[in-house]
Design a protein around this ligand. Sequence first.
Ligand SMILES: [Zn+2]
Ligand SMILES: [Zn+2]
Length: 418
Amino acid sequence: MTGVGDGTAMSSRDFVYGKFSEFYSSPSTVIPSPSLLDQREMGFLLFKERIMLRHKSFESGSDLKSFLSETVPSDVYHSCAYYENPEAEMDKKGWLGADLVFDIDADHIPTSCNKVHDEWTCSKCGLSGKGITPETCPICKGQKFDTKTWVCELCLESAKEETVKLIDMLEKDFGFFNQETPVFFSGHRGYHVHIENEAVKTLDVMARKEMVDYITGLGLNLSIRQKKSSDGKVTSRTFGMHKFGRYARLKQDMHNFIEKATKDGLVKAGIKGAPSTSILQYKQQILDRCIRKGLWDSVIGVKDETWFKIAAYLTNLQVAAIDTVVTTDIHRLIRMNGTLHGKTGLLKVEFPVKRLADFDPFKEAVAFKEGAVKVFVSDAPEFRLGGNVLGPYKNRTVELPTAAAVLLICKGRAEVAS
Ligand SMILES: [Zn+2]
Ligand SMILES: [Zn+2]
């Protein structure tokens, strides 16, 4: 068995710590420094103490690498901001600017599989449920939860689709992007986009908030025509929208939604009964007359109310996908490229956006490529990692490739077998 050596039982946490230590100490590990490293605040989550060490800074990548190999943190972060004094207290740092960062995470995307593999338990009252973790506990209103999630292929595909939409907007509507611009796999359940340039560097919180609102489609006016009664009072809102900018994108989303509509998909948008039947029966007419020509009430059974529901549903999907707090926080610490994620043992990795469609996180983010270890797996679905298809396992001792063993241990699904 690799990693245990003398036959004494090794705790699973020590095993993972040992692997992280080997990774950061190895001369072959190259960790690319973020630009202007010496102006950034660094933060580290410590393996053993489980505390966050913040307000550190480093003159060079080699100083940082020595620190990593000595300290062996479970997670490594740097500020999106540049400071005069990155080690000073928050209000004395001297903010010079910040990259514009977007975080797209499957934790917030309502995929069809999260009810299968994600669970939450309220830390206060013990209530548990499946699917996306609520903001507050429905029983005790507590806000702390223990969560059990999975790094799932379908979830990561959904996150990728949302990333494609975001990048298309950043490129075409904002001009911040081209196909060579790097994007990042987060090492867990999503993708990051960092925009580093002079045009965005000094944008304040309000300006970043406005960008987020545009991207998430907040504040769109979808009732440009209104029905009035004979005394001039508005009696109902009539669905309609402009043709340009963000509206054109929503229209495209609506087109795709109708084109691919299924009965279940419509239920998710709150559409059942007669409107659902009409949409499924008259797809082509709806695409042509309602969406392309803007004759929203021209198909029998599909009225304003249905269009408002579809528009709200699609807008919410966009809101959900982007963690807006990350983008508007100009002091945010973000995971450092080339470092390990403490919840998976996978790497945060950079690649040019033109490779996004082909990028395979289950191959390209694997850090531990050698060895195997015997573990007792309590519960794991079938998964693919580093070219192997493994599982499903339930209360079984198996020998797994190191990367898979680390992943399952980090996810709380396995222990090193003694
Ligand atoms: Zn509770
Ligand atoms: Zn999933």
